[in-house]
Design a protein around this ligand. Structure first.
Ligand code: FMN
Length: 312
């Protein structure tokens, strides 16, 4: 067993968080990760609803196991409707709330008042100072290899920089797709890993079938860091965060083009794998089959344990 701050604090067996992935991680995936001994997390996208959070947390709560909810910090301040997502997350009584992409200061006290610890994924050392000042309980260094929205610094350089710069517990996110990656970040001093892409071919994920199939077919070079899908889908992400997605006909045509919103939204088609988005990270090359999420998590932890034992 790999015991870390993460496993002790959450009372879980494995130092693995199932990534909060908007549009892909609901109660079924979160429940499978928690059943395997990690902590499954619901991904509450900007466009989701309080009702979705309530319904999906009811699914995972049926396992009787702890789970987490992840929200997009920058979008919570957009309107009362967006702020209501945080209230729904707190009402779901999660073991952890993750507030990523933005300054969590306005929200941390409210979450702590409910007795829930707060984690923030960060992309730069400046982000570390912001979330430390906000009073979060832990940070995750999220590298540019990660699927979905992320920053521009690689996981290992960022992780080393953050570990040197803080006394907070630090997790790693981005590119961790097997026990080798998990062992590497734990040996470096991380308390655990947030794993997203490695779970995305699993049957418990939501989203179109083609998303699982395309991921299995993709190699590690088949991703692009882009904001064309945000523009096409009218998602007003601050420009510092792009999203890592699988390349397809849409990205080949429009990434780095000067096409405006009207053209991008006209061309975007979520029903068509060549014109829709599949957010996924560089760990895509490590995903070669559709395995139940529990198997992915258990296998990763077991391999890391063997590797870490080599040095005892
Ligand atoms: C499809 C997808 C959706 C994501 N949505 C969110 C999200 O809603 N909130 C969030 O904090 N992170 C989100 N992320 C980022 C993950 O939390 C995590 O940092 C990432 O998956 C880790 O890197 P990996 O994909 O290489 O495992 C998403 C990632 C993916 C792949």
């Amino acid at each position: 067993m790999i015991e870390t701050w993460l496993t002790r604090t959450l009372g879980i067996d494995l130092p693995i968080l199932g990534a909060p992935m908007g549009g892909r991680a609901g109660g079924e995936l979160a429940g499978a990760v928690s059943r395997a001994g990690g902590l499954g997390m619901l991904g509450a996208a900007r466009y989701t609803t309080p009702e979705w959070i309530a319904a999906e947390s009811a699914v995972v709560r049926d396992t009787g196991l702890p789970f987490g909810v992840g929200l997009m910090t920058w979008s919570l301040g957009e309107s009362a409707q967006h702020a209501a997502l945080l209230d729904a997350a707190i009402e779901a009584k999660p073991a952890l709330i993750s507030l990523s992409f933005g300054d969590p200061a306005p929200y941390v006290e409210k979450i702590h008042a409910a007795g829930v610890p707060v984690l923030s994924q960060i992309n730069t050392i400046e982000d570390l100072r912001i979330v430390e000042a906000a009073g979060v309980d832990a940070v995750a260094a999220q590298g540019t290899e990660a699927g979905g929205h992320t920053g521009r610094i690689g996981t290992l350089p960022l992780l080393q920089e953050v570990l040197e710069a803080t006394n907070l517990p630090v997790l790693a996110a981005g590119g961790i797709g097997t026990g080798r990656g998990l062992a590497a970040v734990i040996a470096a001093g991380a308390e655990g890993a947030i794993v997203g892409t490695a779970l995305l071919a699993s049957p418990e994920t939501t989203g179109p079938d083609y998303a699982r199939d395309r991921l299995i077919a993709a190699g590690s070079a088949d991703t692009v860091y882009t904001s064309v899908f945000d523009q096409a889908r009218n998602q007003p992400w601050p420009t510092r965060w792009g999203g890592r997605a699988l390349t397809n006909a849409f990205t080949r045509k429009y990434h780095n083009s000067d096409a405006g919103h009207a053209m991008l939204s006209g061309a975007y088609d979520p029903a068509d794998p060549d014109l829709g988005v599949v957010y996924a990270g560089e760990a895509a090359g490590l995903v070669t089959e559709s395995l139940p999420a529990a198997q992915v998590v258990e296998r990763m932890a077991a391999q890391a344990e063997v590797l870490l034992r080599r040095f005892r």
